[in-house]
Design a protein around this ligand. Structure first.
Ligand code: IPD
Ligand code: CA
Ligand code: CA
Length: 264
């Protein structure tokens, strides 16, 4: 898998450079509103084209699932791409966004890369090979309880029907914790759990491209990821709880009473 990881890194860095070069010109970008509160700029599209060109040049027979252009049919290898995770931040000049690229084979995530181009932080993982930040090994924290924990999340702003359930979860988790962070780029939130910067993370309704790379990072950093039923069906539902094993248990117990039938 190392050659494929190398290609993912090359593609993520190249897209990240392109994003950073455009960051000063966001006022002049063409912005397309995909749905309520869901925007894509021409940079999202350019970055995605750049990533796909690099992958296709190396692996023309592989399939692709990319946020802006959707599914490109291929063999059993599927590259799952979010060219710019945190577009709303990017469009506001709020410096928290990343490129996320994962490679899946027959349902297993084999390679994951999350690249923060502003801090030049490269998070990488290979299945069975551990998780790294700029070539240094990373691990999830040893936190076990809510007291003193720093927890990341995302608000269900595209799924307001889940707001009440979400607020119940929020109340349960925030009561004792040291703080809750909503930074606005799920791929980076997950990478931060892997790197021990956050003790845990939960969100409702993510997409595969938001999660795939970050999930492998967390697993390879010693963490656990489940959906709200304690199963591994998160790629389908987009509902995620992620943390080290003991902290995951703590978070699951706080979240579970607020899980509605629609979120199971
Ligand atoms: C979004 C970000 C955000 C999360 C949203 C995602 P985008 O991705 O990851 O943190 O809360 O659900 O859609 O649209 O900026 O790629
Ligand atoms: Ca995203
Ligand atoms: Ca995106």
């Amino acid at each position: 898998m190392q050659p494929m990881l190398n290609i993912a890194v090359r593609a993520a860095r190249s897209a990240g450079d392109l994003i950073v070069r455009s960051a000063d010109n966001v006022g002049r970008l063409r912005i397309n509103q995909k749905s309520k509160n869901d925007f894509a700029s021409e940079i999202d599209q350019m970055a995605e084209r750049e990533i796909i060109n690099i992958i296709k040049a190396a692996y023309p027979e592989h399939g692709i699932l990319a946020e802006e252009s959707g599914e490109h049919k291929g063999n059993d290898f599927i590259w799952v791409i979010d060219p710019l995770d945190g577009t709303t931040n990017f469009l506001h000049g709020f410096p928290q966004y990343a490129v996320s690229i994962a490679l899946m084979h027959k349902g297993k995530i084999e390679v994951g890369v999350v690249y923060d181009p502003l801090r030049d932080e490269l998070f990488t993982a290979k299945r069975g090979g551990g998780a790294m930040l700029n070539s240094r090994r990373i691990r999830v924290t040893a936190q076990t309880g809510l007291m003193g924990a720093l927890i990341g999340t995302g608000f269900p702003f595209k799924n307001p029907q889940h707001l009440d359930a979400y607020l119940g979860m929020f109340r349960a988790l925030s009561a004792d914790s040291a703080g809750i962070r909503r930074a606005g780029a799920a791929a980076l939130d997950l990478a931060y759990v892997a790197a021990g910067r956050l003790d845990g993370f939960w969100e409702i309704g993510l997409h595969e491209w938001d999660m795939a790379a970050g999930i492998l990072l967390i697993k390879e950093a010693g963490g656990v990821v489940t959906d709200f039923s304690f199963n591994d069906k998160y790629m389908g539902s987009g509902n995620v709880i992620a943390a080290n094993p003991r902290m995951h248990q703590t978070m699951y117990q706080a979240i579970e009473p607020h899980v509605t039938a629609a979120l199971k």
